[in-house]
Design a protein around this ligand. Sequence first.
Ligand SMILES: O=P(O)(O)OC[C@H]1O[C@H](OP(=O)(O)OP(=O)(O)O)[C@H](O)[C@@H]1O
Ligand SMILES: Nc1ncnc2[nH]cnc12
Length: 175
Amino acid sequence: MISTKIQSVIRDIHDFPKPGIVFKDVTPIFKDAGLCLEIVDAFADQLSGLEIDVVAGVESRGFLFGLMLAAKLNVPFVPVRKPGKLPFSIVKKSYELEYGSATIEMHTDAIEPGNRVLVHDDLLATGGTAVAASELIQELGGVVAGYAFVINLDFLKGSERLREFSPNIVSLASY
Ligand SMILES: O=P(O)(O)OC[C@H]1O[C@H](OP(=O)(O)OP(=O)(O)O)[C@H](O)[C@@H]1O
Ligand SMILES: Nc1ncnc2[nH]cnc12
């Protein structure tokens, strides 16, 4: 099972980046090319039937599978970036996440009005990041078609915050 494979390689780092946080280190996944391809295939399988025009991946860990998944689905990839990185005109949103606060930005021409956008990130924790990305997508006239996460920290109940945007929430491994 893909969930077992993912869980067998990611590792817990205690008290990173702050005391009390158990950080899920996903970097070992990227050392296993076969597992990366399996992850993209599993996303594509579980998203089949969903109309997706664009994949939006959140910097930085959401870039890694985001572009692979967009290529697999044969749709554009657009980056959701940390502040000050995007050169064209932008919309931005500040939010709280599991271990602090942050701001994300998107280009104003990243998506066309009416586009159905899949939000991808490596990990769903409190949902703060994915909610902020969803709000930016809506501000640009897009529709959140669904979400794809490698890992869901289910005990933080992030998915409950996402259902108001879309009920289509795929995650490959949960804790
Ligand atoms: O559900 P939340 O509580 O919002 O947390 C999830 C977010 O936290 C991590 O990103 P981080 O901001 O650490 O950035 P990184 O991807 O650049 O490491 C992760 O990649 C998600 O984007
Ligand atoms: N516990 C955690 N591990 C890895 N990334 C995270 N992003 C938010 N919470 C996280």
